[in-house]
Ligand binder design. Structure first.
Ligand SMILES: [Cu+2]
Length: 152
């Protein structure tokens, strides 16, 4: 009486396990590959103001954060205003920095001592963009770099 069940039992169990594995794998990939491309609201563009101190020899944002080790992060379409101030505490024989975001700005902007320069950009494509000083400002000038990360 119970003979058919004992014969087919293992195959039914194996098929069930396979089915669960298949569905599980499908759901796993679905959440990582299919969903992000089709679901989720687009980024709403923001007005962002970022204060930057161009010192010798780094670009510090929000007062103390080195843009070289900690990128400034914005999104495509954001209206990003940089307020840049230059200081020359390590070597006062210089009095000019240059502010340039490669791949985003057309030309560098000169930032003289004791003056605040305002630059507004609207990134149009995602990526990592280098911020560099374009005017020689002392021995550490080559280290005066930073990164602007633009997210989609
Ligand atoms: Cu400089």
């Amino acid at each position: 009486m119970n003979q058919p069940e004992t014969v087919h039992g293992p195959w039914v169990g194996a098929s069930a396990v396979l089915l669960v594995l298949l569905i599980g794998t499908g759901m796993f990939y679905y959440q990582y590959i299919v969903l992000p491309a089709t679901v989720g609201p687009p980024h709403v563009p923001q007005n962002i103001v970022i204060d930057i101190v161009a010192d010798q020899w780094s670009f510090l944002w929000n007062g103390t954060v080195d843009a070289r080790s900690t990128p400034i992060v914005v999104h495509v379409g954001d209206n990003v205003t940089f307020r840049v101030k230059a200081t020359f505490e390590k070597d006062p024989s210089f009095n000019l920095h240059g502010f340039f975001i490669q791949g985003i700005m057309e030309v560098p902007v000169t930032v003289p001592a004791n003056q605040e320069i305002t630059i507004t950009i609207v990134p149009t494509q995602p990526g990592e963009f280098s911020i560099i000083c374009t005017i020689f400002c002392g021995t550490g000038h080559g280290n005066m770099r930073g990164t602007l990360t633009v997210l989609p």
